[in-house]
Design a protein around this ligand. Structure first.
Ligand code: NDP
Length: 246
């Protein structure tokens, strides 16, 4: 029996990148999995088809994490579709980079809405319906632990907020046996940060391992935190960054 057999999970932003790899990894471990998406309906349906090909139930839910109703509603919808929710992975994220002077109010609002408010509202909704032993895992960023250069103030601000959110939710939900943790990926080869992008070489050089990571390398840590073996891990930050913070 796999470690997540009989569990149900929602992965926000699960149509591509780290979210898709995480959804597939959770399914591989035995979970039924719903994913949210915004643009990529076909990609989300492909992820669901792969989940179903493993003999699990899969659902694709269109829900924009920037929208307050969608952020909480996706959790309720997933719990309905899956008959309960054991695992929430807050993966959807917005990355707007640039000098602070160039950022518009709309940029600030969007990044904070997706990366902070959306995570808060989804976690709040999950806390209201999760069973004992539930798991909330959010995706932060290595930039919280080490900012390698200029231009990331808004993104770093938003991801740093997840440290407080994670610790405080862990304290609130601990008595119900629900754990809350935060994973900080380093440079991971996805559409958001391709390993052949203009700043890739410097990012790889900034890690101890001297390379980009894969979405699967993040998904394996999320799967561990989502499983029974991580039952005494909560309120913690997990760097999966090739030594970016070292
Ligand atoms: P990708 O751009 O590759 O994928 C983003 C995924 O999130 C897609 O499935 C996309 O769906 C979905 N998504 C985007 N915006 C929203 C939204 N508003 N509401 C719901 N879903 C949304 O990103 P990554 O996989 O690289 O990033 C995943 C997470 O990891 C993010 O939180 C990011 O900040 C974090 N991270 C990434 C790093 C990296 O180097 N890649 C490093 C550190 C952290 P759709 O296609 O439908 O729009």
């Amino acid at each position: 029996m796999s470690s997540l057999t009989g569990k149900t999970a929602l992965v926000t932003g699960g149509s591509r990148g780290i979210g898709a790899a995480t959804a597939l990894r959770l399914a591989q471990e035995g979970a039924d999995v719903a994913v949210t998406y915004v643009q990529g309906e076909d990609a989300a349906r492909e992820v669901v088809a792969k989940i179903e090909s493993m003999g699990r139930r899969g659902f694709a839910i269109r829900a924009d994490a920037a929208d307050a109703g969608d952020a909480a509603g996706a959790v309720e919808r997933a719990a309905d579709d899956l008959d309960g929710l054991d695992i929430l992975v807050n993966n959807a994220g917005a990355g707007v980079l640039g000098p602070v002077g160039d950022l518009a109010l709309a940029d600030v609002d969007r990044v904070l809405a997706v990366n902070v408010r959306g995570v808060f509202l989804a976690s709040q909704a999950a806390a209201g319906l999760m069973r004992h032993g539930g798991r909330i895992v959010s995706i932060g960023s290595c930039i919280v632990q080490h900012v390698p250069g200029a231009g990331a103030t808004l993104y770093a601000t938003s991801k740093a907020a997840l440290v407080g959110l994670t610790k405080a939710f862990a304290r609130e939900l601990g008595e119900r046996g629900i754990t809350v943790n935060l994973v900080h990926p380093g440079p991971i080869d996805t559409d958001m940060n391709p390993a052949d992008g203009p700043y890739a070489e410097a990012q790889a050089a900034g890690t101890a391992l001297g390379r980009y990571g894969s979405a699967g390398e993040v998904a394996s840590v999320v799967a561990y935190l989502a499983g029974e073996e991580a039952s005494y891990v909560t309120g913690a930050e997990w760097a999966v960054d090739g030594g970016h913070a070292a």
